[in-house]
Design a protein around this ligand. Structure first.
Ligand SMILES: Cc1cc2nc3c(=O)[nH]c(=O)nc-3n(C[C@H](O)[C@H](O)[C@H](O)COP(=O)(O)O)c2cc1C
Length: 318
């Protein structure tokens, strides 16, 4: 049988199938449908230092093959997360990766220091990529700020650090390099893509907050492109996120260079999917003759056109 365990920097997971922040609540909601202990890990909803009411409704709308949301990081704040959820999460038999967001570096650092006191936590995922909030530093669109927050959090706690990046920039590669050089153990690629749903009859946006973030199958090719481009540029392990709803989708992310994946929007309509994918991955790797997940990671070959261009280039320079 192939080995399913994966190592992402200082983070070791029993398998590479995680569930994505904001799409799995604090796990309680899912207990009737999911065997938590068989997941590679759970990333609960983003926590902020203080409670946030989130954005006005409607907060979600279905689009073609996608979901547009503008939740606005609705959560009860760090103290409530610690008091109500952390202990229960740590008893679920899988890796728990807390996802945090602050308005500035000091807030990120304070949260990391508090969460560092829970030895059972597997890692911290830094949400520097939420498209639906304003009023803080827009870390994920600025390589310098990205480096600053990653290195400050890394210095402030012992937990492995995952930087979750936004696709809403000209070059994710540039931001990924900054996070990687600053010491991120892994990069989650990607958060949602900014979009707009319109009710033209009312001449109004559908979402209460106007612009939202697009997720689901519609974004998979976009996320795959980003994973592939970043994997060419940095050595830091990548966790692929975006539109995964089948084992073939998982395999596509792995061959593009992801070492693990997160299941997001699909949890809403198929909560048992992540469990099923673990079994299917096992069978698929065996079928491909792989001894471990790493045998398949980054095995995408350049297209025939790219090879022909390379050949033409080397002929021209010969
Ligand atoms: C309703 C909803 C809420 C989300 N909330 C968060 C969040 O709190 N923190 C975060 O880092 N990502 C959040 N995300 C982004 C997802 O974790 C994931 O990056 C994104 O949806 C792309 O994956 P998918 O296409 O599989 O859903 C949210 C996504 C959705 C659909």
């Amino acid at each position: 049988m192939p080995r399913l365990d994966v190592t992402l920097g200082r983070l070791r997971l029993k398998n590479p199938i995680l569930v994505a922040s904001g799409t799995f609540g604090y796990a309680r909601e899912m207990q009737a449908y999911v065997d938590f202990a068989r997941l590679g890990g759970i990333i609960p909803k983003t926590v902020t230092p203080l409670p946030r009411p989130g954005n006005p409704p409607p907060r979600t709308v279905e689009t073609s093959s996608g979901l547009l949301n503008s939740i606005g990081l609705d959560n009860d704040g760090l103290d409530a997360f610690i008091a109500k959820h952390v202990e229960a999460l740590l008893g679920l038999g899988t890796s728990i990766i807390a996802n945090i967001a602050g308005k500035n570096t000091a807030e990120f650092v304070q949260m990391a220091q508090k969460l560092n006191e829970f030895p059972g936590l597997a890692a911290l995922e830094l949400n520097i990529s939420c498209p639906n909030v304003s009023g803080g530093v827009d870390y994920g669109t600025n390589p310098k700020m990205t480096a600053e927050v990653v290195s400050a959090v890394r210095a402030a706690c012992d937990l492995p650090i995952i930087a979750k990046l936004t696709p809403n920039v000209t070059s994710v590669v540039e931001i990924a390099r900054a996070a990687s050089d600053a010491g991120a153990d892994a990069l989650s690629l990607v958060n949602t893509f900014q979009g707009l749903a319109v009710n033209w009859r009312k001449r109004k946006p559908v979402l209460g907050n106007g612009i939202g973030g697009l997720s689901g199958p519609a974004i998979k090719p976009l996320a795959l492109r980003i994973v592939w481009q970043v994997a060419q540029a940095v050595k830091t392990p990548i966790i692929g996120v975006g539109g995964i709803q089948s084992i073939d989708d998982v395999m596509e992310f792995l061959v593009c260079g992801a070492s693990a994946v997160q299941i997001g929007t699909a949890n809403f309509y198929n909560p048992g999917l992540a469990n099923a994918l673990v079994d299917e991955l096992d069978a698929m790797l065996a079928q491909e003759g792989c001894d471990s997940v790493s045998d398949i990671v980054g095995t995408l070959q350049p297209s025939t056109v790219a090879l022909m261009q390379q050949a033409a280039c080397s002929q021209n320079t010969a």
